[in-house]
Write a protein that binds this ligand. Structure first.
Ligand SMILES: Cc1ncc(COP(=O)(O)O)c(C=O)c1O
Length: 388
């Protein structure tokens, strides 16, 4: 299995080099496993199936770990991600995106046939439904479809109380090449919440809206629908899942400073960090070799704002959030760190915890798996840059 996933066992000497050769994106195996177990337990205790969103890590080796701890299927955002993961042997996928276009759908249907994969697709418009039915019919296939519901992010999805919920769901249900599977939501607006209590209120509201939408559909005879919700904040700070069947968090595997700011985890739960080297110092600043092409300039999901671009700590030092050194500015290959107390010298290595872990992984070919500060393995980022 390891070889199939592109994982090559490396000698101790080569592994040592991986963290010396900076910048390197590292994942702490122990923290990662704790994060996987935490969310899998939430799923198990509430009778939910866990379909992690792969956009966070895009890494087949990590998806295999999620499957081994109990994930029953996987979510992706993009057709290319689905294609890469089907190639890597993952055959139970849903693409939580409302419109993919004819060319992508043809490729996906061909690949699903080749790999004997089950794909669930999403629609939030009559045009989307029409396209899906057209492609499904050309491929002689009955396609499972979820209706995307807007629970407050105001990005995609039908209004749970609007007429489109009924027309879109009915159009799917009445088509012989489509099968209405359920309703799907993503409460990404929880990332703008002030604290854990505010996130919990958003989770409760999401559930209320999804059950109200399901009840409206039951009223016209569309019963027994799967209810799928998912975002890391609303899963970690959930308010109960009665009536919900599936969760699709992504970021929970790593977490980041955004989840810390929301009060959902602490610094010791963040599994992903960047190892960088101080390449220059000046008055109260240290410059590291990780800039926006490594850390990304993303301040938080959904264009949220943070102060700075991450927190840096001396490589072997204690992780005390009060003493983190803020990455204040970025250029492409440089990160400018507030060097309070001149703690950092040229040549020192630091661990940088990012605001948002997901775009960081998308900027690297490989993840170095560490135990403490010791490298143990490397994992290729299977679907890196698969953004079509
Ligand atoms: C549709 C959908 N589902 C699930 C997720 C996972 O959310 P998170 O990364 O907060 O866990 C996302 C993230 O963008 C999403 O867009």
């Amino acid at each position: 299995m390891l070889a199939e996933l592109g994982i090559v066992k490396m000698s101790e000497a080569l592994l040592e080099d991986l963290l010396a050769d900076t910048p390197a994106v590292a994942v702490d195996r122990q923290r990662l496993m704790r994060n996987l177990t935490r969310v899998q337990s939430i799923a198990d205790e509430n009778g939910l199936s866990l379909w992690p969103h792969l956009k966070t890590h895009k890494c087949a080796a990590l998806a295999a770990l999620q499957a081994s701890t109990g994930a029953t299927g996987f979510t992706v955002a993009k057709a290319e991600e689905a294609l890469r993961f089907m190639e890597a042997g993952f055959t139970n996928l849903q693409i939580a995106y409302p419109w993919l276009g004819r060319r992508k759908l043809d490729r996906l249907f061909d690949a699903a046939g080749r790999y004997n994969a089950t794909l669930t697709l999403v629609a939030d418009s009559l045009q989307g439904v029409e396209l899906l039915q057209c492609v499904a019919s050309d491929h002689g296939h009955v396609q499972p479809v979820m209706v995307k519901v807007d629970v407050g992010l105001h990005r995609c999805g039908v209004d749970p109380f609007g007429p489109e919920l009924i027309t879109v769901a009915q159009a799917i249900a009445e088509n012989s090449h489509l099968q209405l599977e359920g309703l799907l939501s993503h409460a990404g607006h929880s990332y703008a919440a002030s604290d854990q209590e505010a996130v919990r209120a958003i989770a409760a509201e999401e559930r209320r809206l999804m059950l109200a939408a399901a009840e409206r559909l039951a009223g016209i005879g569309l019963e027994g629908l799967l209810i799928s919700v998912g975002a890391t904040p609303t899963v970690l700070a959930h308010a109960g899942f009665d009536g919900v069947h599936q969760i699709r968090p992504g970021n929970y595997v790593f977490c980041d400073l955004t989840q810390v700011r929301l009060g959902l985890v602490d610094l010791h739960d963040i599994a992903l960090f960047v190892v960088a080297t101080v390449v220059s110092t000046g008055s109260e600043r240290a410059v590291i070799d990780a800039g926006s092409k490594c850390l990304s300039s993303d301040m938080a999901p959904h264009s949220g704002k943070a102060v700075g671009y991450g927190l840096a700590f001396p490589f072997e030092g204690a992780l005390d959030i009060e003493h983190g050194l803020r990455v204040e500015r970025l250029s492409e290959e440089h990160g400018i760190v507030a060097n309070d107390g001149n703690r950092l010298q040229v040549g020192d290595r630091v661990k940088v915890f990012p605001n948002h872990a997901c775009p960081v992984v998308n900027l690297t070919d490989r993840i170095v798996v560490v135990e403490g500060s010791v490298p143990r393995d490397t994992w290729p980022v299977t679907a890196r840059t698969c953004s079509r």
